[in-house]
Design a protein around this ligand. Structure first.
Ligand code: BMA
Length: 370
């Protein structure tokens, strides 16, 4: 039997009373605060498995009730469900991966009702060029979004649409569903317009802070936990160069993928361990939970990747969760979790059955501790 997170309910009470003031949002709802402190406690007991778009679609299926590739293989849903907002800022009905926002809202609520944890990223378009998040042709776009910049008003309009969607994430009783919100990610890389090569550290920090202030203070959203997630880093200085500050960030994240199949294994392990070491030390110094916010090997071309590559790389550390990216239905080979019939299924089961790897059914009382 796995670890029962029953412990969370009693431990969280102590943790909450000690450290309420440390969240970015001092007025966060009680469920949001409980989730935040539960992350820290859970991370001492195990690592939750996450999967992007888990219940929206998978390999060979789309929008089937109660379906999940992770569940089909491992017998349970992941503990953490990743979602993506790109498109909501333009009032699109679906996100950039064709998931409708109506469906996403429904699946987020379902995940919450079964005790799961929801996290949301935002691959937002480039306002200056009209291109997508990967369009880096517009020079320093971030600067134009800040107060006084020529696209500031438009940025606020778009952020407002994000906030209005987030506001609708409630239970039928109107209780706000806590969300781990992860904007402007992988900014230590140079593939998104908010990346390292396209704005100064101060501009990035200001963009982050203005985003928090708008959602939290102007819009009054109190169900958000703010997650900072750079790509791989070599040292503490790289991780903190664009860090908006402890009062603006709740969870320290890390995104890092395995490239080049078997040839890339050692490099992936080395980078993951070096980067997690950095995040782990900063998390301890700053008293924050941390998470491996995105990872995976596209197409899982190494059948024992979960037990032989991922597990040893994360084992020395205590991320609260590790989130595998999506299983695309229409981009051939673009999947990161196994599905029935895939070569890595047995290995994935071995990985998930370990005591310290937590699926949805292992979570108990994360939200409603009084
Ligand atoms: C990327 C890929 C894209 C997708 C984007 C946002 O890593 O999966 O196909 O559009 O994430 O989800």
């Amino acid at each position: 039997m796995r670890i029962i997170i029953l412990l969370v309910s009693c431990l969280a009470i102590t943790a909450c009373s000690k450290a309420h003031s440390k969240m970015t949002d001092p007025n966060a709802t009680s469920q949001t605060r409980n989730l935040y402190y539960a992350l820290r406690i859970i991370s001492k007991q195990g690592v939750m498995l996450g999967h992007q778009d888990d219940t929206a679609y998978g390999i060979g299926w789309w929008g089937e009730p109660d379906r999940s590739d992770v569940k089909d293989v491992a017998g349970d849903y992941p503990a953490v469900y990743g979602w993506e907002l790109g498109g909501v800022e333009k009032s699109d009905l679906s996100n950039l991966d064709s998931v409708t926002f109506i469906q996403m809202r429904y699946l987020i609520e379902q995940a919450y009702q079964r005790g799961g944890i929801n996290t949301i990223s935002w691959h937002t378009n480039n306002i200056s060029t009209g291109g997508n998040a990967w369009d880096v042709s517009g020079g320093n776009v971030v600067q134009t979004l800040l107060a006084g910049g020529k696209n500031h008003q438009e940025f606020v309009t778009r952020l407002n649409r994000v906030g209005e969607f987030l506001r609708t994430l409630t239970t039928a009783d109107g209780e706000a569903i806590p969300i781990l919100f992860r904007p402007f990610h992988e900014h230590t890389g140079n593939w998104f317009w908010w990346g390292r090569d396209f704005c100064t550290p101060e501009q990035y920090k200001t963009l982050w802070q203005q985003t928090v202030v708008y959602l939290r203070d102007t819009m009054g959203l109190h169900n958000l936990i703010y997650v900072y997630s750079p790509d791989r880093v070599a040292n503490v200085d790289e991780y903190t160069e664009r860090y908006p500050g402890n009062e603006w960030v709740d969870v320290l994240g890390l995104d890092l993928y395995h490239f080049n199949g078997a040839d890339g294994t050692e490099y992936y392990k080395e980078c993951t361990m070096r980067s997690l070491q950095v995040v782990d030390s900063l998390a301890q110094i700053n008293d924050k939970p941390y998470a491996f916010t995105e990872t995976g090997l596209e197409g899982i071309t190494i059948p024992n990747w979960f037990t032989e590559v991922l597990y040893p790389a994360i084992r020395p550390y205590n991320p609260a969760y590790v989130l595998l990216w999506r299983n695309s239905i229409n981009i051939p080979g673009h999947f990161y979790a196994p599905f029935p019939g895939h070569d890595s299924c047995e290995d994935f089961k071995k990985f998930t059955i370990q005591e310290e790897v937590l699926l949805n059914g292992d979570l108990f009382q994360v939200y409603n501790v009084q």
